[in-house]
Design a protein around this ligand. Sequence first.
Ligand SMILES: [Zn+2]
Length: 218
Amino acid sequence: MKRLVILGAPGSGKGSQCKWITKDYDVPHISTGDILRKNIADGTALGVEAKSYMDKGELVPSELVIALLKARLDEEDCKAKGFLLDGFPRTVEQAESLDEYLKENGISLDRVVNIEVPDEEIMARALNRRTCSNPACKEIYNLRDNAPQVENVCDKCGSALFVRDDDNEATVSKRLEVYHTQTEPLIKYYSEQGKLSTVVGQVLLEDTIKLVKAELEK
Ligand SMILES: [Zn+2]
């Protein structure tokens, strides 16, 4: 049973960490994006409300995201197994609401794992990324560490590789800037609580896993 939060910039490899943590510790992976999609698909009252904002192209208000999250954490699997929160909290205000909720339920977070990768490294990975154009394959390559055998051809299915629209310098820097502005206060918040473990993302996934594991076993 673990109650965890994971932080990491887009492109930090946070998703790969979520995969093994969820499996090895048998904790539900809770992402706000998934919760939103599910509530909208199920037509719950909160989902209908959230959709009304999204249809207008507006951000779903924080209070509504918090309400959706609490409803999810109230479910049996989270009560029995804990959780891994991914994409929440995004602000100190949300972190405080989460703490209030945990306190009301007599529980607390075990650890907040912060996957740190230098911006230059995230940028280099994005600019070197090539994606298979075959929708059934979508294999991802990296010209620097994991190049295809034949230039611009997928090793697995032989389709052409392409650069995704959002893998460009302007989009990636904007995304990193937003991430840092949002996350820095959160890092401070959890570090003051003594819950923060910062792990530097390594080139090899296995190496990062080892480091994260060591933090979670503390
Ligand atoms: Zn392919």
